[in-house]
Design a binder for this molecule. Structure first.
Ligand code: EPU
Length: 424
C-alpha cells in the first residue's frame, strides 16, 4: 500500500486545471446502458471509481475504449448479470445501474450496499421509486432483485430528502417508462443537470432541469449521444481551500464558479480574496497575513447549500483560523472521521452529534503527524492540513484519495507543494 508524504509550510502559487466531475461521470457512464450503440463521453476523469464502474459495465456486456479523456462506450449487447457485493462494497455508486437496467432489460440484480465510513446510506428511496413504477423488488441473500413484466409505468415519486443518486436512478428508469413521471423534492445538484442533458440528448423528454420538480414523458427507445462531463466542483473547491490554508495565489481553471456559490461566499467571509472569471476562480491569501483568517460557521445542505463533500476540507482550514466556528453536518450522520486525525495534528475540535466546534489555533497551529485516511473527502482534508502544517505529514490508506482526485500529487506539485507517494 502507498502513503502520501506532505512537507508542509509552503505557500501555493500557480494554476491548476480541474478534471471532469466524478459524481457526474458515474451516473452518465451508467446511463449509457439505456441505449444500444456507441456513446461518447468527453472530459471523463481517470479515477479508481470511474474504472470500477467501467469494469462493471464490461461484466454486463458493454465494450469501451478511452482516448485521452474521451470514452467510447458500446452498449449494443447488454446481458443480465449480478452486480456483486465485491463491486458495490468498493463503490456504492454501483447501484446507479439499477435504473438503466430496469429500463433496458426489465430486471436487475444488484448487491445491497452496507453502511460506509460516513453513514448508513440506505437506498430505500430508490427502491420505493422503482416500486411506484410497478417493479417488484425483493431482497435475496443480500441482493436487491428488481423485475417487471413488460414496460414500467410512470408515477409520482416523492423524496423525503433530495437524494442525488436516488434522483438519478429514478430519472434513468423513468425515461423509458410508459406515461408521465413526476419527481418531487428532486436533488438539484449540477451533476443531476448533467445527466438530464445527456438523457435529453438521447431523446428523453424531461422538464424542470435545475428545479426540485422534474417531469418526464416516457419514450419507447433512446439513442446514443455525445456528452461532456461538467468540471468537478468538489475538486475545484478542494484546491481553493488548500490555497487559503497554505496561503499564496492559485487560479483554478476549467471550472464552473457558478457551481460553488456557498464555498466562494464562505472563503470570502473567512478573509480570502476571491476573484471569479469566466471558467476560473483565483484565490489570494497573503502568506504573511494568514493570522487574519477568520472563523466562519458552515452548515451542510443539499445544493445550492454548502456541500457535505467540502465539509472536511473547510474544517481543516478553520483549525488555522484565529476564531471559533461551528460546523453542522446535516447530510450524513457520521461524517466527522477526520476530526480525530486532525486532532493528532494539533487541532482543537469538539464534536457533539452532528455539530463540531473548531477553536482555531492560528496559522501555525498544526504540526505534521502520521495520520490515516478514512474516506475520500476526509483524506483531502488531511492533505490540506498537511500543506499548512509545520514539518512532515504522512497519510496512509491513500487509495481513498485515488477514488476521487485525478493526479493529486502532480497538480499539487505544479502549485509548488512538496508532496509525494511512498510505499508503506
Ligand atoms: N438517503 C436515504 N435513503 C436513500 C437515499 C439517501 O435515507 O434511499 C439519505 C442519505 O443517507 C443521506 C441523504 O439521504 O442522509 C442524502 O444522500 P444522497 O442520496 O444524496 O447521497 P448519495 O446520492 O448516496 C451523492 C454523492 C456523495 C455526496 C452525496 C451528497 C455520488 C456518486 N455520490 O451520494 O459523494 O456526498 O451525494 O451530496 O454522487 C463523495 O464524492 O465523496 C461522496 C460521498
Amino acid at each position: 500500500m502507498e502513503k502520501l508524504i506532505v512537507e508542509g509550510g509552503k505557500p501555493l502559487y500557480g494554476e491548476v486545471r480541474v478534471s471532469g466531475a466524478k459524481n457526474a461521470a458515474l451516473p452518465l457512464i451508467a446511463a449509457t446502458l439505456l441505449a444500444p450503440g456507441v456513446h461518447v463521453l468527453k472530459n471523463v476523469p481517470d479515477l479508481r471509481d470511474t474504472r470500477t464502474i467501467l469494469s462493471l459495465l464490461k461484466e454486463l456486456g458493454a465494450m469501451w475504449r478511452r482516448d485521452g479523456d474521451t470514452l467510447f462506450i458500446d452498449c449494443t449487447d447488454i446481458v443480465y448479470d449480478d452486480v456483486s457485493y465485491d463491486l458495490v462494497k468498493t463503490m456504492r455508486a454501483s447501484v446507479l445501474v439499477l435504473g438503466p437496467l430496469l429500463g433496458r432489460l426489465g430486471r436487475a440484480r444488484v448487491s445491497l450496499p452496507g453502511g460506509c465510513a460516513i453513514g448508513e446510506r440506505p437506498i430505500n428511496f430508490h427502491i420505493r421509486g422503482f416500486e411506484r413504477f410497478g417493479v417488484t423488488c425483493r431482497l435475496e441473500q443480500g441482493y436487491v432483485e428488481a423485475a417487471i413484466d413488460g414496460r414500467m409505468h410512470g408515477a409520482t415519486v416523492y423524496f423525503d430528502i433530495p437524494s442525488v443518486t436516488g434522483t438519478e436512478n429514478i430519472l434513468m428508469a423513468s425515461v423509458l417508462a410508459e406515461g408521465t413521471t413526476v419527481i418531487k423534492n428532486a436533488a438539484r445538484e449540477p451533476e443531476v443537470g448533467n445527466l438530464i442533458d445527456m438523457l435529453v440528448g438521447m431523446g428523453a423528454s424531461i422538464e424542470g432541469r435545475g428545479s426540485s420538480q422534474l417531469t418526464v414523458q416516457g419514450v419507447e427507445t433512446l439513442r446514443p449521444t455525445t456528452t461532456e462531463i461538467i468540471p468537478d466542483r468538489i475538486e475545484a473547491g478542494t484546491y481553493l481551500i488548500a490555497a487559503a490554508a497554505a496561503g499564496g495565489e492559485v487560479t483554478v481553471n476549467r471550472c464552473c464558479p457558478e457551481h460553488l456559490p456557498a464555498l466562494l461566499e464562505k472563503l470570502t467571509e473567512a478573509g480570502a480574496e476571491v476573484v471569479v472569471a469566466d471558467g476560473s476562480v483565483t484565490l489570494r491569501f497573503d502568506p504573511q497575513q494568514r493570522r487574519l483568517l477568520r472563523g466562519v460557521d458552515i452548515k451542510t445542505m443539499p445544493y445550492p447549500g454548502y456541500p457535505t463533500d467540502l465539509q472536511a476540507q473547510f474544517m481543516a482550514l478553520m483549525t488555522l483560523s484565529s476564531g471559533i466556528c461551528v460546523i453542522r453536518e446535516t447530510i450524513f450522520e457520521n461524517r466527522f472521521m477526520h476530526v480525530a486525525e486532525l486532532r493528532r495534528m494539533g487541532a482543537d475540535i469538539r464534536t457533539e452529534g452532528s455539530n463540531a466546534v473548531v477553536a482555531g489555533r492560528g496559522p501555525n497551529g498544526l504540526s505534521g503527524a502520521r495520520v490515516m485516511a478514512t474516506d475520500l473527502r476526509a483524506s483531502s482534508s488531511l492533505v490540506i492540513a498537511g500543506l499548512a502544517a509545520a514539518n512532515r505529514t504522512e497519510i496512509s490508506r491513500i487509495y481513498h484519495l485515488e477514488r476521487g482526485y485525478e493526479d493529486l500529487v502532480g497538480k499539487l506539485t505544479g502549485l509548488g507543494a512538496s508532496v509525494w507517494k511512498e510505499q508503506e
